[in-house]
Design a protein around this ligand. Structure first.
Ligand SMILES: O=C(O)CCC(=O)C(=O)O
Ligand SMILES: [Fe+2]
Length: 309
């Protein structure tokens, strides 16, 4: 039984590969972290909170922190939501309440934010049962309204990555994995349309964003039985968007001029994902999803095994 997520939220995650959890940590704790980050921006980059003329970079990355300022964000609700998807006791930082790692922090001042479609994990070799990412946590420390640089997610794309990794038991580096996935017809179109939008000389923000409309307004039905669609995520301080570790996503331009504070955090598991458990009830939601991308029912054995290089 999930502890924090409602049944509908688990179903949403299973179907689409992402789910929003409101107030995973309290708004006021998130705003304390935002204050801390403004201070860091000032000290490291000379960026002033009360002087927009210093907000000259579209995006500033502050990296990872092990700082007590995030302690109030290490809530039981956050751990519960993550463990509802990864399995109880299986998230490495689930019980760490002091100086847990929070990062990498990304602050968008906009308007044009560089970066395209990808899934995460440049720090490890990718296998179907990799433990290093666990989940992608998009954690918010400011109000992110529509048009305010919310992360774009490609619903359903976790199936594409899982099916590609199934074919590569020897594992792949992230760059190669992304090149393979981008051969999928829908992703190929999306990536091509994004690149074309970047190269329109003198384009307005609206022109640049126009490429997204066909991918947002209409789902693509993959012949393998799943749907693909782009969605812009939004939320407020304390909210998180939890994504499947294989979910494609992209940054979006900031039309509102309100700086967006988020961190893009990993949730590594204690052990590799286990795709063959004796008791099917022991599969985590993420494990079930990877198995289901391969077309396996709960009682089916999974014949995939990684080939360590
Ligand atoms: O800025 C965002 O919303 C996403 C950033 C991202 O995907 C990344 O840095 O890997
Ligand atoms: Fe990313």
């Amino acid at each position: 039984m999930p502890k924090v997520l409602a049944k509908e939220q688990v179903e949403h995650f299973k179907e689409k590969g992402w789910v929003k959890v409101e107030q995973a940590y309290p708004r006021e704790e998130a705003l304390k972290v935002q204050d801390f980050l403004w201070n860091e921006l000032l000290g490291r980059h000379g960026i002033k909170r009360d002087d927009a003329s210093t907000w000259t970079q579209p995006v500033v990355r502050l990296g990872d922190y092990w700082d007590p300022v995030t302690d109030g964000c290490n809530t039981d609700r956050l751990t519960g939501a993550i463990e509802d998807l990864l399995g109880e006791g299986r998230w490495q930082l689930g019980q760490t309440k002091h100086k847990a790692m929070w990062g990498g922090f990304i602050i968008n001042f906009g308007p044009e934010v560089p970066g395209g479609w990808h899934y995460d994990g440049s720090h490890f070799r990718h296998y179907l049962d990799s433990w290093e990412q666990g989940l992608l946590l998009v954690c918010l420390f400011s109000d992110v309204r529509k048009g305010g640089s919310g992360t774009l997610v490609a619903e359903g794309s976790h199936h594409i990555v899982a099916k590609m990794l199934e074919k590569h038991p020897e594992g792949l580096g992230l760059g190669e994995a992304i090149r393979e996935c981008n051969k999928h017809p829908w992703l190929a179109e999306l990536v091509k349309a994004h690149e074309a939008s970047e190269s329109i000389a003198g384009a307005s923000l609206q022109d640049r964003k126009a490429y997204l409309a066909p991918f947002m307004n209409k789902a693509y039905e993959d012949p393998e039985g799943y749907s693909l669609r782009v969605v812009e995520t939004t939320g407020g301080p304390g909210d998180i968007v939890i994504c499947h570790p294989f979910l494609y996503h992209a940054p979006s331009d900031n039309e509102l001029g309100v700086p967006r504070f988020m961190c893009n955090r990993v949730a590594p598991t204690m052990e590799r994902m286990q795709l063959n458990r004796d008791n099917p009830a022991d599969y985590s939601v993420v494990e079930q999803m990877i198995r289901s991308s391969l077309g396996l029912q709960d009682s089916d054995a999974c014949t995939w095994t990684r080939v360590d290089s």
